[in-house]
Design a protein around this ligand. Sequence first.
Ligand code: FES
Ligand code: FES
Length: 159
Amino acid sequence: MERLKIKLQVNGEPVELDVKPSETLLETLRDRLELTGAKDGCGLGACGSCTVLLNGLPTRSCIVLTAELDGADVTTIEGLADGTKLDPVQESFMDKGAVQCGFCTPGMILTARSLLNRNARPTREEIIRSMSSNLCRCTGYKKIIEAVEAAASSQAPKS
Ligand code: FES
Ligand code: FES
């Protein structure tokens, strides 16, 4: 089968790959780059567990073809911490007990990170709207929303 050469930036590192036209970004990340933080939940673009940041925006990697991403910038949960320093969203998910089995957590955290990058002080309604596309089977959503609110507070400039 024909393969296509593409170059990506993944978690700040350049990556060159030969990909099949049908290979999804989720397959590339999990099966070829061993970045297994993005989870394969529904495979249909419905649950959000496979969410990564594609050029800074939350994207369902199970329904994106890697062959179409030449030149793109991808951030997975593995690339969010700054060395050993966790991102404030990761910290607040732990502090608020917003993680149970953890299956949805990478997608939740990346969705929240993208929101806070675009809107440092979201209202509760804006947080709920942004996070509503990610499904969690365990925690309910109260602690997740509280964790995003706490992360927003912790990173907001003090006035
Ligand atoms: S696995 Fe991609 S949206 Fe569910
Ligand atoms: S913590 Fe288990 S699915 Fe969300």
